[in-house]
Design a binder for this molecule. Structure first.
Ligand code: SF4
Length: 63
């Protein structure tokens, strides 16, 4: 699965980073960087948690 970010929606609060720190991080400017866009297995579970926790639904998983 692929993690997709709707960047204009993202407000940079970083809840997704807390849910999946191995997959994404906020850079020094508060921009979310998806470090591992293609996920599988345990990474997919973490990615789903990140999608769920985003308060503005800026993340989605595409197959
Ligand atoms: S939780 Fe949502 S709004 Fe916050 S940084 Fe992540 S993608 Fe952006």
């Amino acid at each position: 699965m692929r993690i997709e970010l709707d960047r204009p929606r993202c407000e940079g609060h970083g809840l997704c980073e807390e849910a999946a720190p191995e997959l994404m991080h906020l850079d020094d400017d508060g921009e979310l960087i998806i470090d591992v866009p293609e996920v599988d297995g345990p990474d997919a579970a973490a990615a789903k948690a990140a999608v769920r926790v985003c308060p503005v639904a800026a993340l989605r998983l595409a197959s």
